[in-house]
Design a protein. Sequence first.
Length: 80
Amino acid sequence: MGGLERELRALPHKNLVQVLAVLKQIRNRDIDGLDHKKLKGYDCIFRVRTGRYRIIYFDDEERLEVKAIRKRDESTYRNF
């Protein structure tokens, strides 16, 4: 089982529904209305805030890859 799949399975149902909706928007590159921000020190890595969770993804216009779905804490943005 991959890391993202494990992270999704660990989400409470209410949060899972929210996160899946946001993932669909990211996949379609429809980020209007999302709390979207580029991570400091990176050119192509972004985060979207949805409740207490952060979706961290890479997007360089050619490739789009979700890197992590994490609950916000002091280690959320490490290792990117």
